[in-house]
Design a protein around this ligand. Structure first.
Ligand SMILES: Nc1nc2c(ncn2[C@@H]2O[C@H](COP(=O)(O)OP(=O)(O)O)[C@@H](O)[C@H]2O)c(=O)[nH]1
Ligand SMILES: [Mg+2]
Length: 352
């Protein structure tokens, strides 16, 4: 999964990237250099599951973050003809926009609006470029699909012209399918990162409340953190980090929450497999059936699927071990249509 970190110049994108990836790329420069890193999704559950089994290898789920300069900060004035998004932004699974809430003269909502305008403008350009063509094809050929797509594009354009992102356009599954090929930005899940000053740690609600109306469950989420502190935390050894966190009066780096939220925002969950060679988190889309989930491990397991033996994470935690949970009867045999839940511990039985 790929997440593009975007935002206006000097909002703290590279700082947040460094914090998430444990990197030391130069901050405060205007070079527009982009950076990328694949990072592990922190998951205490996987660590706990592996404690008693002590597998040779522990494999976390992964996310790729790309720090990229894609926006001018001019909003609508950027001009329709100049908007051209880099491929990394177009093909990202989700966007993370970093907003400056730390500068003395910052105006986060205005800053967000500029970004929003540019995003809408970029989508508008793509749709205008394709709409006329589509409608003409539909008229010439009477092709039903082209006609439907033309209608969808028209309603998207109306939404954008109204200043609203397409994620608020009320598009149904059919409509979404018709336009996925355009990789429209304002349809992508969006994580709004409010990058606050060091002095605001513990008082970030005042920033969050300014953005409360922008949250859409499953579509847009807001997180407040201090990028500068998070970057310092990420650079420390774990003992020093614990001491620094205690000084700050917080339990864990905000970065962990940020990474987990970016994961759930895209509708991804994990299930676990635990054995002596490896304890591992496997990524699937929410709503995936057991048989398909088995395919995340290997296509042979999907093909030869017999059943899934499942212990929920809650039962593992309650009984203290997978074995104890099984002995207490908290172990289910599920068929191919079982919908896997986040945190399920699964043993697949298969036959090839
Ligand atoms: N005080 C403070 N400064 C920050 C914070 N995050 C970033 N900065 C500063 O803002 C400037 C721009 O940061 P950078 O990450 O390079 O922004 P980018 O242009 O969006 O990549 C740098 O001088 C950073 O040190 C923060 O949380 N607090
Ligand atoms: Mg930068």
């Amino acid at each position: 999964m790929k997440i593009a970190i975007i935002g206006l110049p000097q909002s703290g994108k590279t700082t947040v990237f460094n914090a998430a990836a444990g990197k030391t790329e130069a901050v405060g420069d205007y070079s527009k250099a982009s950076h990328r890193a694949v990072i592990k999704v922190p998951d205490d559950r996987l660590e706990k599951l592996c404690e008693s089994v002590n597998p040779k290898k522990i494999t976390h789920a992964e996310i790729e973050y790309i720090d990229i300069s894609a926006f001018s900060g001019k909003g609508k004035e950027a001009g329709a003809t100049t908007i051209e998004m880099p491929e990394d932004v177009k093909y990202a699974d989700a966007l993370m926009v970093v907003i400056d809430c730390f500068s003395p003269d910052c105006s986060p909502r205005k800053h967000f609006n500029l970004f929003n305008e540019e995003m809408i403008l970029s989508d508008q350009v793509i749709i205008e470029r394709n709409l006329e063509k589509k409608v003409r094809t539909a008229q010439l050929t009477g092709d039903q699909e082209a006609m439907h797509e033309g209608e969808v594009l028209k309603s998207c354009l109306a939404c954008l012209e109204d200043g609203r992102p397409l994620s608020q356009g009320g598009l149904d599954d059919d409509a979404l399918r018709a336009i996925t090929k355009y990789s429209l930005l304002s349809l992508k899940p969006l994580l709004i990162v409010l990058n606050t000053a060091e002095s605001d740690i513990g008082a970030q609600d005042k920033w969050l409340s300014q953005f409360a109306d922008l949250t859409i469950p499953g579509g847009r989420e807001t997180v407040a953190l201090c990028g500068k502190i998070e970057m310092e935390l990420a650079a420390l050894a774990s003992d020093d980090r614990a001491a620094f966190l205690a000084d700050l009066g917080i339990d864990r780096p905000a970065m962990e929450l940020l990474i987990q939220k970016s994961y759930s925002l895209v509708g991804l969950i994990v299930f676990f497999t635990v054995g002596e060679p490896e304890g591992r988190a496997w990524t699937i889309r929410k709503g995936t059936h057991a048989r398909k989930a088995a395919g995340a491990i290997h296509s042979d397991i999907e093909r030869g699927f017999i059943r899934a033996e499942v212990v929920s994470y809650a039962d593992f935690e309650k009984y203290g071990s997978e074995r104890a949970a099984k002995e207490a009867g908290k172990f289910r045999v599920e068929g191919k249509d079982y919908i896997v839940a986040d945190g399920d511990i699964i043993l697949f039985r298969f036959n090839i």
